[in-house]
Structure formats: structure tokens, C-alpha cells
Design a protein around this ligand. Structure first.
Ligand code: 5GP
Length: 140
């Protein structure tokens, strides 16, 4: 399947749509999911135009994995997490909704279930506060 540069995350990368950005380097961008399954739910994406795991270059995949680890470590303190769930979907059959590769990095607490996907759009105030909290932990 071909990469479609009109997808939402490509627009965020180009600055055409806003996002609560928390981390960026030469190869990746990380920002908060606007329909979080738990507080602090973050998406890590490659800057290269990759549809999913099936077409991404290994160097970009490695950079995404390293950034996901960085985000996970920062979430442990920023959100007083007790664990982290990492998921990544490929193609419609694999649960993918947005066709630019993204890794979900989700802070977890014991006994707290994840919200269902796409079930609740978080408010701007809450997302802004959470992004600031995660940025501060990433800077430590
Ligand atoms: P997928 O099912 O493709 O792995 O997940 C897509 C994710 O993108 C969902 O968790 C959804 O909440 C998130 N999402 C959809 N539209 C937007 C958007 O415009 N901005 C942000 N930050 N996240 C989005």
C-alpha cells in the first residue's frame, strides 16, 4: 500500500495541524494522543513518510523505538506510572486508523483499565498541562 501524505500525522509533522508536542529529534516526533486511553498517552512517529511497520526503514524504526523508551521512562515519573503499555497497529486488519506509522506509549497504574480506543476526546487544558509535565520529566 502506498503512503498517503494527506494523513493527519503528516499534517502535524508539516505544522499544518496543531499537536501537543513533547519530544522531537532529527528522525522522530512525539505528541499526546487527543483521545487518550490513559493520562499521558503519547504517540511516537518517524519524520520519514512511513505507512507502518511493513515499509519503515530500519534506521527510522530504531529511532522510534529509542524515543518510545525515552518517553516511557519520563512517563513513569510524570504520571506516577507503575507500568507502560506499548502498542503499534498495521493496516486496517491490524487495527490501524491513521496511516503514518505511530507507536502508542501509555502510562499504566495497577487496577486501572484502559479507556476504549477513540472513546473520549481530552480537553485542551488537560492536554496542555500533561504535555508540560512530560516535557519537564524529559528534560530531567
Ligand atoms: P491507530 O488505531 O491508528 O493505532 O491509532 C490512531 C490514534 O490516533 C488514536 O489513538 C487516536 O486517538 C489518535 N488520533 C486521531 N486523530 C488525532 C489527531 O488529530 N491528533 C492526535 N494527537 N491524535 C489523533
Amino acid at each position: 500500500m502506498a503512503y498517503d501524505p494527506g494523513n493527519i500525522f503528516a499534517k502535524i509533522l508539516r505544522g499544518e495541524l496543531p499537536a501537543y508536542r513533547v519530544y522531537e529529534d532529527a528522525r522522530v516526533l512525539a505528541f499526546l494522543d487527543i483521545m487518550p486511553r490513559a493520562p499521558g498517552h503519547t504517540l511516537v512517529i518517524p519524520k520519514a513518510p512511513s505507512r507502518n511497520l511493513l515499509d519503515i526503514e530500519p534506521e527510522d524504526l530504531a529511532a522510534v523505538a529509542a524515543a518510545a523508551q525515552r518517553i516511557a521512562r519520563a512517563q513513569m515519573t510524570a504520571f506516577e506510572a507503575e507500568g507502560i503499555t506499548v502498542t503499534q497497529h498495521n493496516e486496517h486488519a491490524g487495527g490501524q486508523e491513521v496511516f503514518h506509522l505511530h507507536v502508542h506509549v501509555i502510562p499504566r497504574r495497577l487496577g486501572v483499565e484502559l479507556k476504549p480506543p477513540l472513546s473520549y476526546k481530552e480537553t485542551a487544558d488537560v492536554l496542555a498541562e500533561q504535555a508540560a509535565r512530560l516535557q519537564a520529566a524529559l528534560a530531567d
